[in-house]
Write a protein that binds this ligand. Structure first.
Ligand SMILES: [Zn+2]
Length: 317
């Protein structure tokens, strides 16, 4: 579940909905990145190709984008959902190229499951984020995760993957999920952002695995970088990305302020807060919005600012 915005619903309420979510449609200066068909490989830059999976939904926008980095010797980033059509399209795009690594940013089911059929086809190692165990009934259990993900190598922040003409560096970005990684392509000052930063929507941060404090820290980490362009897993490429990241940080701080104002008025139930805070969005997205509100409340609780009793949140005395 990466996102909190339904493109279908947005057709009727595009402007207000985007404003309520704190995101304005960014003018993309790369017209070839705006619209594209499923299953057709597109050259985004000299070293980057992308392929859209046929899995559009209210939570995936037009679908998951798989990126191929390099020429001849390549890495495949976010192979996507395990759909025969998509795996066949990746294989067709690769032709006789050598796959050095199948890289996963995180293990939501729209990102990592195709790593296995792609490994069966290419023999390439699966390298990337850490797995999340569903046997663990603690804070990491989440139905949207891919429990069968088995990486051959786990990347930590700063770890390097390389091939002929390209170097990818892992950037640890927990928050959307605890195991989320971005990948920086040094030769093009590009960052593959997975679901951490997207241009079309804010990211859902859903406890217990999603962590708002970690997410904010991971946004700040990106501000310290000099990336020229972001390639998200959903939606168009983002140029001038630091401006968007500053906007996202401001948006989350605004949400936190809204929550505190509700609590000061004695309004401490999440559904009631969501109804006020997300007026105008498709009600089908309210549960996802509620997860992000809960993530804010948990972050405030950790800072000793709020407490919860029987589902009622209030300002700490
Ligand atoms: Zn995700």
């Amino acid at each position: 579940m990466p996102t909190l915005y339904a493109p279908g619903a947005a057709k009727a309420t595009q402007g207000p909905e985007r404003r309520l979510l704190g995101i304005r449609r960014r003018r993309c200066h790369m017209p070839w990145m705006e619209d594209w068909p499923t299953g057709r490989i597109e050259q985004a830059s000299p070293l980057v190709r992308r392929l859209l999976a046929p899995n559009p939904s209210p939570f995936t926008y037009s679908g998951t984008q798989t990126y191929i980095v390099g020429q001849g010797e390549v890495a495949v980033i976010d192979p996507g959902p395990d759909l025969d059509e998509h795996v066949a399209a990746i294989a067709a795009a690769l032709k006789d190229e050598r796959v050095n690594a199948i890289v996963c940013t995180h293990t939501h089911r729209d990102h990592s499951p195709a790593s296995r059929p792609l490994q069966a086809l290419t023999g390439a190692p699966i390298i990337g984020c850490a797995p999340l165990s569903l046997e663990d009934d603690g804070p990491r259990a989440d139905a949207a995760f891919d429990p069968d993900y088995r990486p051959d190598r786990i990347l930590e922040g700063g770890d390097i993957l390389s091939g002929e003409g390209w170097t990818l560096e892992a950037v640890a970005t927990p928050g959307h999920t605890s195991n989320h990684l971005c990948l920086a392509l040094r030769e093009e000052q590009a960052l593959f952002t997975g679901d951490h930063v997207m241009g079309w929507s804010t990211t859902v941060v859903s406890p217990p695995d999603g962590d708002m404090a970690a997410y904010m820290d991971s946004l700040s980490r990106l501000l310290g970088r000099d990336d020229f362009v972001y390639y998200p897993a959903h939606g168009p490429a983002i140029d001038k990305p630091q401006r968007l990241v500053r906007g996202l940080i401001g948006h989350r701080k605004q949400r936190e302020g809204q929550i505190l104002r509700h609590l000061r008025k004695g309004e401490g139930e999440i559904p009631a807060m969501v109804a006020q805070m997300y007026k105008g969005i498709d009600p089908r997205l309210h549960p996802a919005a509620g997860r992000s509100v809960l993530a804010h409340l948990i972050a405030l609780e950790t800072r000793g600012m709020v407490i919860e009793e029987d589902g009622q949140w209030r300002i700490a005395a």
